[in-house]
Design a protein around this ligand. Structure first.
Ligand SMILES: *Cc1c(COP(=O)(O)O)cnc(C)c1O
Length: 360
């Protein structure tokens, strides 16, 4: 039986990548060593590290004046590092609040700077993207932070805010590499790796060069982007195995048509699933405004929540795993990242239709 893993994160990885890692696990390319055992300053690992960065730069079209940093601490640590590094003696930072992850970023930033929440979607239970013309942006803000894809709420921006001279900062933890974006529109992009990049333990930061080097006084060395940029992400020991795995995922993406091809498949996968929900005569419901529905994380509820347990049990028995919704919202959530094949979504939709019929 085929197994399909709909976990929100850590999440599904391409089977080919796992098999390649398995084949290379004990002896990487005849080196007689596992990648896990290599010095991060040795030529083998340095090659893996440089290739991963080069492949990511190619995939995303990252301009030369941006640094790519392989860090640790998860997206959560970025919630602190961003204000510490990007305030640059300015008075306040703008934040958009579109759900759980925005809220966490805002809460942490408030420890370090004055936060101006320029827009939120609380009036409709965080179910939509607030229109840009209503945002109360400050032209003197140090930066504007937003969450292009709210992993828990399933709300995704299908446009990029135009903030002029105010650097745009984006938490792309759950939709990086899923769609084409123009990196030059951003001051900083960050993502925990465990959703759409690789295993947990690696955090990716892409930052415009001119924004770093003006860290707040008293900031720990390890939280200074400039230190990591100057050290080419080797100021201290980087998460070598996680970077190696991310590198294998980047090669897999390149082999499979890059981000443009992924985006096409992601559109097809998400449409298939939303169509199944919308055509179920209310048996299933997705609370998110149609134009702002995530291609990566699809939350839905059953008309009768008393059937949740049975739905999950039957899904599990079919090899459709980890569909339980986030504890804060309940219901179901299907995360359908790059590594989830179309066949996985077809299997899910087939099961959903059958389950609904069996309860009619
Ligand atoms: C998962 C997630 C986080 C938290 O990531 P950690 O790596 O666990 O710190 C932050 N933001 C978004 C959008 C996420 O999906």
């Amino acid at each position: 039986m085929a197994i399909y893993n709909f976990s929100a994160g850590p999440a599904v990885l391409p089977k080919e990548v796992l098999l390649q890692a398995q084949a290379e696990l004990a002896d990487w390319h005849g080196s007689g060593m596992s990648v896990m055992e290599m010095s991060h300053r040795g030529k083998e690992y340095m090659g893996i590290h440089a290739q991963a960065e080069a492949d990511l730069r190619e995939l995303m079209g990252i301009p030369a004046n941006y640094k790519v940093l392989f860090l640790q601490g998860g997206a959560h640590l970025q919630f602190s590092m961003i204000p510490l590094n990007l305030m640059r003696d300015k008075a306040s930072a703008d934040y958009v609040n579109t759900g759980e992850w925005s809220k966490k970023a805002i809460g942490e930033a408030k420890k370090f700077c004055a936060v101006n929440v320029v827009a939120d979607n609380k009036d409709k239970n965080c179910s939509y993207v607030p229109a840009f013309d209503g945002w109360k942006c400050d032209p003197h803000a140090a930066y504007l932070h937003y969450t292009p894809n709210e992993t828990i709420g399933g709300v995704e921006f299908n446009w990029i805010p135009e903030t002029g001279d105010v650097p745009l900062v984006a938490d792309m933890s759950s939709n990086i590499l899923s769609r084409a974006i123009d990196v030059s529109k951003f001051g900083l992009i960050y993502a925990g790796a465990q959703k759409n990049i690789g295993p947990a333990g690696l955090t990716l930061v892409i930052v415009r060069e001119d924004l770093i080097g003006q860290v707040a006084a008293g900031t720990p060395t390890m939280l200074d982007y400039k230190i990591h940029a100057d050290g080419e992400s080797m100021y201290n020991t980087p998460p070598t195995f996680a970077i190696y795995m991310a590198g294998l995922v980047f090669q897999w993406l390149k082999k499979n048509g890059g981000i443009a091809a992924m985006e096409k498949t992601n559109i097809a996968k998400s449409q298939l699933l939303y169509d199944a929900i919308d055509s179920s005569n209310g048996f299933y419901n997705c609370p998110v405004n149609k134009a702002d529905r995530s291609r990566m994380n699809v939350p839905f509820t059953l008309k009768d929540a008393a059937l949740d347990g049975e739905f999950l049990k039957q899904a599990d028995a079919r090899g459709l795993l980890q569909l339980k919704g986030h504890r804060s919202v309940g219901g179901m959530r299907a995360s359908i990242y790059n590594a989830m094949p179309l066949e996985g979504v077809q299997a899910l939709v087939g099961f959903m239709n059958e389950f609904a019929r069996s309860k009619a």
